[in-house]
Design a protein around this ligand. Structure first.
Ligand code: GDD
Length: 301
């Protein structure tokens, strides 16, 4: 919106509205109800809106849920992308398309750091679905000469992240523990390492990809990797607590197959798009903890 776009957001029908995270801008955007599992609703949406650019950030995006709902994950996260591509191809193949591809595609990594050339080895039904969607996006680029870009985004977080994901689960608990609302935090694998950046920086990269002279695939990452344990250390330390006094592990949060280490090399994005992340790891953790402290204090009041 700051760039002067007229923005349309697509949402799924539900018996209860879940627009909490866009309350502050809801009146300034246009919302259209459609579903990635329903081809005709996508065709109609693309026809009605007549967009110049489509950003697909929709998915069943929680990795653990992809083992309990593997075919739903495939239908939404994988085939949903083909449905959007088909809608674009039939309505107006000149529309530019961005696909939110994921570092989860690297899974059991075959080289470190991971680049656009690193082969994929997905470790969950979610990762497998994202690999399919990646290749379909590339395939439509090559088959139909459509502008289809893949952003291979490493974990990007913010104060608006869902509380099931590890970063927000930690920062929300840190705030609650600090304010005496909670005593312990149960986590799974503390040794998993991720390349965590701030969503604000990464969204800028998505837009840059669609302004580039040609459609391509780009790794978007910070180039730094940190463990879940380190995230805990920094988050608890920020409010003067020691994570070892509060964090325990619970096997129910372990995954059937884990992605142990992710760290991306964003050199290509830097060279071709002039993109660089601005927010570093420690700052990200502090932004999230401070925001959760504020939210919890408000709740208490
Ligand atoms: N969620 C969660 N909960 N993860 C935990 C926990 C816990 O209690 N304890 C340890 N972890 C570990 C997970 O095992 C994983 O290795 C790591 O923390 C990160 O987990 P998530 O925050 O759930 O994110 P993710 O890496 O699985 O997936 C996210 O990033 C991908 C990009 O690489 C999601 O946003 C995906 O949709 C995205 O594609």
């Amino acid at each position: 919106m700051e760039k002067g776009y007229e923005v349309y957001g697509m949402y799924r029908r539900s018996s209860v509205e879940t627009f909490g995270r866009i309350d502050h801008i809801k009146d300034k955007i246009n919302l259209i109800c459609a579903d990635l599992t329903d081809q005709s609703s996508l065709n109609e949406t693309v026809k009605t809106v007549g967009p110049d650019e489509v950003y697909n950030l929709a998915a069943q995006s929680f990795v653990p849920a992809s083992w309990t709902q593997p075919t739903l994950t495939g239908s939404v996260t994988a085939l949903g992308v083909t449905r959007i591509l088909e809608a674009i191809r039939h309505v107006n193949p000149k529309i530019k398309f961005y696909q939110a591809s994921s570092s989860e595609m690297f899974g059991k990594v075959l080289e470190t750091p991971q680049t656009e050339k690193t082969p994929f080895y997905p470790r969950s039904p979610y990762g497998v679905s994202k690999v399919y969607a990646f290749w379909m996006t590339k395939n439509y680029r090559e088959s139909y000469d459509m502008f289809c870009a893949n952003g291979i985004l490493f974990n990007h977080e913010s104060e608006r992240r869902g509380k099931q994901f590890v970063t927000r689960k930690i920062t929300d608990s840190v705030a609650r523990i600090k304010l005496g609302l909670q005593k312990e935090l149960a986590l799974g694998n503390l040794d998993a390492r991720r390349d965590w950046g701030h969503a604000r920086d990464y969204v800028e990269a998505m837009w840059l990809m669609l302004q580039h002279s040609k459609s391509d695939d780009f790794v978007i990452a910070t180039g730094e990797t940190h463990s879940v344990k380190e995230f805990c250390e920094v988050a608890f330390d920020h409010v003067g607590l020691n994570y070892e006094d509060h964090v325990k592990t619970d096997p129910k949060f372990l995954r059937p197959a884990e992605v142990d280490l992710l760290v991306g090399d964003p050199s290509k994005a830097k060279k071709d798009l002039g993109w660089e992340p601005k927010i570093k790891f420690k700052e990200l953790v502090k932004i999230m903890v401070d925001s959760d402290l504020e939210k919890c204090k408000k709740e208490l009041r």
